[in-house]
Design a protein around this ligand. Structure first.
Ligand code: Q46
Ligand code: ZN
Length: 300
């Protein structure tokens, strides 16, 4: 196998691009995909500070690595979910990465912010752990960015994540999630920062290869609650389709973004209010995060 760029020995074959690359040219390919994502969706400019949400996994640390090397002014945000050893280890990876690269890392503990860690929230709400966890993460990312005066939060969602989310939304025809499925969500309220996903053009396998080649020390174990998640089942289905027909995932996601998504955008915009308690954005009067915190407070 030869590198498409330089003709040297290739280390990675990308079937969906019908190409193979050597280590150096693969890294350049990877960076180019991130640059293209940022440019195409006007995610942020070189003058804007970017809050990078990091979990300690390969995707978010690979993203942070690229953005630092591209010269962006980044701050990491690690949300400590209080999920046993997984959180202890993943926090350690983020702290070590930030220290080695000399970049600031902000840490917020869900236990402090909501009143209990994710495993307790799961018990209190009797809902799947990812439900309270996801809600808390979205809320805290936005609030942390606002408080720090940063206009944008970048997350490490990759092509596989995005395709699996889209698959799940389509399976249940979730009409409110479909228009929000985008690599870049604009700020629609002064208290909502932009949310962007600069890795949406890159597969999980590609971010793993990049993290390996860059010698990024990341947490390999998944969150223990990820096991039963439907998103994993959706990823498996999509992987089988990808094996049979390379590019299937890409076509599914990009076809939606380019052709179908506009049709799902709601005619009338949702009215956004400020939560009477915390002032963050909600469609009601008390936001879902404050309701969750109340529920936790009553039970622990
Ligand atoms: S951390 Fe939280 Fe994920 Fe764990 S509990 Fe679910 S949402 S799986 S990305
Ligand atoms: Zn609130």
């Amino acid at each position: 196998m030869k590198c498409r760029k330089c003709g040297g020995t290739a280390v990675l074959e990308l079937r969906r691009h019908n190409a193979a690359f050597c280590a150096d040219d693969f890294q350049e390919f990877f960076r180019n995909q991130v640059r293209e994502a940022i440019r195409r969706h006007r995610m942020f400019t070189i003058d804007e500070p970017v809050l990078v949400a990091v979990s300690g996994g390969k995707d978010s640390l690979a993203l942070w690595d690229v953005l630092i090397d591209e010269g962006y002014r980044t701050t990491g945000l690690y949300l400590d979910l209080g999920i046993f050893d997984y959180s202890v280890e993943s926090r350690g990876k983020c702290e070590a990465f930030a220290a080695a690269r000399g970049v600031p890392l902000m840490i917020k503990r869900v236990e402090e912010e909501v009143g209990a860690p994710v495993p307790v929230i799961k018990q209190v709400t009797r809902r799947p752990p990812c439900s309270g966890c996801g809600l808390s993460k979205r809320y805290l990312m936005n609030r942390a960015a606002l408080e720090a005066g940063m206009p944008v939060v970048a997350t490490g969602h990759n092509l596989d994540d995005e395709a699996a989310t889209l698959f799940g939304s389509v399976m249940h025809w979730q009409m409110d999630s479909l228009p929000r499925q985008s690599p870049a969500l604009a700020s629609t309220h002064p208290k909502l920062v932009r949310r962007v996903k600069p890795l949406y053009r890159l597969s999980e396998r590609e971010t793993a290869a990049f993290a390996f080649l860059r010698r990024i020390d990341y947490i390999v174990d998944e969150c223990p609650f990820a096991k039963g998640a439907t998103s994993i089942a959706h990823k498996e289905i999509l992987n089988r389709m990808e094996d049979a027909s390379p590019g299937a995932k890409h076509n599914f996601l990009f076809g939606f973004l380019e052709k179908a998504r506009p049709a799902f955008e709601r005619a009338e915009a949702v009215v956004l209010n400020e939560c009477v308690r915390c002032g963050q954005v909600t469609t009601g009067t008390l936001c879902a995060f404050c309701k969750l915190a109340d529920q936790v407070k009553r039970s622990v």
